[in-house]
Design a protein around this ligand. Structure first.
Ligand code: ZN
Length: 121
């Protein structure tokens, strides 16, 4: 953990996988992906909008590795990271619905993913 958490990271809930928003914070985002390989991510506009809510698995290659849309993931975009139910709830709170990325659908589902996060690491 760094000494000063960036103000753009917002923890929304603290059960199971806490949902976190990243804006202009690629390092934090990539660290989250590494820490939560079974997690989920919603990609949205910088100011989250129901018009664009793309749900990805953390393992999706569309949202990790080398950015396809430039040099950064969270510049001009916000990524919401958490578990699937939490992110869907968040999407609905914006008046929308997260639409799953078509690439993610083909990824195998982790069987014990939720239980693995119970220790809060
Ligand atoms: Zn995806």
């Amino acid at each position: 953990m760094g000494p000063t958490p960036p103000t753009t990271i917002t923890t929304v809930a603290d059960h199971d996988v806490a949902m976190v928003l990243f804006t202009d914070e690629d390092a934090g985002y990539e660290r989250w992906l590494t820490d939560h390989p079974d997690g989920f991510v919603i990609n949205t506009e910088r100011n989250p909008t129901r018009r664009y809510l793309r749900l990805h698995r953390a393992a999706c290659r569309m949202i990790s590795g080398t950015p396809t849309n430039g040099r950064a993931w969270t510049i001009n975009y916000t990524t919401a990271c958490g578990d699937e139910a939490e992110l869907q709830r968040w999407a609905r709170s914006l008046g929308g619905e997260a639409s799953p990325c078509s690439f993610c659908v083909d990824l195998p589902r982790p069987v014990a993913g939720r239980a693995a996060h119970r220790d809060g690491s």
